[in-house]
Ligand binder design. Structure first.
Ligand SMILES: *[C@@H]1O[C@H](CO)[C@@H](O)[C@H](O)[C@H]1NC(C)=O
Ligand SMILES: *[C@@H]1O[C@H](CO)[C@@H](O)[C@H](O)[C@H]1NC(C)=O
Length: 347
C-alpha cells in the first residue's frame, strides 16, 4: 500500500470514529442486558440455545435475542466495539470496560418493586455498580483519563416496559396505590433521579430511552386473544406507552435547562417500531404477530429452548424473537434509526 492510501485509511478511521465518544455505558432491562443475569440468582435467563444463535460465534450470552441488542449496534455506530460487555461477566476486565460496559438486568424497571418480582438487579444497584466501575476506572487509568471517559461517554438507558407489564398490570400492589397516571409520574420521578444521579457522578451525554408499542408484543397479543379480542395489539397498553413517552420527553426538555452542562436526548423507539409492526413486509419481515421462538405465542426464557421443534429457521423474517423481545434485525433497524435521528448529535 502506498503511503497516501495508508494515511487516508488512518484518517478515515479517526474521522469516522469521531474519537469523541470513548465509551458507551448502559443501564436498563432485557432490551439491553448483555448477560448480567447469568451471574445472579434469578429464573430470568437466556444463556442457552437458541438464544444467541446469530450472535458472534453463535454464542448464547444472556442477551434476550437471537443476536445483538440495540446498545451493541449503537456502540458500533459510535465507532466502538460491535457489542457492549456485561459488567458481571468475569471474561472481561476494566481494560475492556473502559470502552463500554453494560449494567442492565432483564426483568428490572424504574420501580424497586418490579425488580423484586423476579429477583433481578434493581436500578439503584445498577447505579451502585456504576460507582464501583468509576473507582476501578480511576485506579486503572488515573483520574484525568477516567474523568474524560466519564464526561465524554454516552449513557444509554432503556427500561419501563416491565414496570407496566410485569408489575402494574399483573400484581395488585401498585394498582391499589396509584392510578395509571400517578404510576407513570412515579416512574418519571425515578427517571429524573437516575439522570441527576448520573450527572452528579460526571455524566454529560445521556440518552433516556422510551417505551416501544408494548401492546403489540406477541405475549400481549396472545393475552388479548385469550380475552376474546382477536389477537390484535392491546391498544390500552400502547396508549400508556405513548403517554409515558410524552412525559419522559418533557422531563428531558426540563432537565436540559436545569442541568446546564448536560446534553440529554430522548430516544423514542415507538414511531419506527410501530411502522415495523404495522407494515412488516416493507422492512422485509413476514411476521409481526407471532415470534420466531417456539409457538411464538407466549414463550420466553426457559420456555424458549433448543428442543422446541416449532422455532423458526430464519429469524430475519420475524419482527420478534421470543414473545417479549425483538429479533436482532428489528434491533438493528431501530438502532440505525435512533442513531441517525437522535444519538449521532452526541458524538
Ligand atoms: C485484562 O485482560 C487482558 C487479557 O484478556 C489482559 O491482557 C489485561 O492485562 C487485563 N487488564 C487488567 C487491567 O487486568
Ligand atoms: C429503592 O431501594 C433503594 C434501596 O433500598 C432505596 O435506597 C431507594 O430509595 C428506593 N427507591 C425508591 C424510589 O423508593
Amino acid at each position: 500500500m502506498g503511503f497516501f492510501i495508508v494515511f487516508a485509511i488512518i484518517f478515515m478511521q479517526i474521522y469516522s470514529t469521531g474519537a469523541k465518544v470513548p465509551a458507551v455505558i448502559v443501564f436498563g432491562d432485557s432490551s439491553v442486558d448483555a448477560g448480567n443475569n447469568n451471574h445472579i440468582q434469578t429464573v430470568l435467563k437466556s444463556n442457552f440455545r437458541p438464544y444467541g444463535r446469530d450472535f458472534f460465534g453463535g454464542k448464547a450470552t444472556g442477551r434476550f435475542s437471537n443476536g445483538r441488542v440495540p446498545s451493541d449496534f449503537i456502540s458500533e455506530l459510535f465507532g466502538l466495539r460491535p457489542y457492549v460487555p456485561a459488567y458481571l461477566d468475569p471474561a472481561y476486565n476494566i481494560s475492556d470496560f473502559a470502552t463500554g460496559v453494560c449494567f442492565a438486568s432483564a426483568g428490572t424497571g424504574y420501580d424497586n418493586a418490579t425488580s423484586d418480582v423476579l429477583s433481578v438487579i434493581p436500578l439503584w444497584k445498577e447505579v451502585e455498580y456504576y460507582k464501583e466501575y468509576q473507582k476501578k476506572l480511576r485506579d486503572h487509568l488515573g483520574d484525568q483519563k477516567a474523568n474524560t471517559i466519564t464526561s465524554e461517554a454516552v449513557y444509554l438507558t432503556s427500561m419501563g416496559t416491565n414496570d407496566f407489564l410485569e408489575n402494574y398490570y399483573t400484581l395488585p400492589n401498585r394498582r391499589s396505590q396509584y392510578n395509571i397516571n400517578q404510576y407513570q409520574d412515579y416512574l418519571v420521578s425515578i427517571a429524573e433521579w437516575l439522570i441527576k444521579e448520573l450527572y452528579g457522578l460526571g455524566a454529560r451525554k445521556i440518552s433516556l430511552g422510551g417505551l416501544p408499542p408494548m401492546g403489540c408484543l406477541p405475549l400481549e397479543r396472545t393475552t388479548s386473544f385469550m380475552a376474546g379480542h382477536g389477537g390484535t395489539c392491546n391498544t390500552d397498553y400502547n396508549k400508556v406507552a405513548m403517554m409515558f413517552n410524552g412525559k419522559l420527553s418533557d422531563l428531558v426538555k426540563r432537565l436540559n435547562i436545569e442541568l446546564s452542562e448536560s446534553r440529554i436526548v430522548f430516544s423514542n423507539p415507538y414511531p419506527v417500531f410501530e411502522l415495523i409492526v404495522q407494515k412488516p413486509s416493507s422492512f422485509g419481515f413476514e411476521s409481526a404477530a407471532v415470534a420466531c421462538c417456539a409457538t411464538g405465542l407466549f414463550e420466553m426464557g426457559y420456555m424458549c429452548d433448543q428442543y422446541n421443534l416449532f422455532t423458526c429457521s430464519n429469524a430475519n423474517t420475524y419482527v420478534f424473537w421470543d414473545s417479549f423481545h425483538p429479533t436482532e434485525k428489528t434491533n438493528r433497524i431501530i438502532s440505525d434509526h435512533l442513531f441517525r435521528t437522535v444519538l449521532a448529535t452526541l458524538s
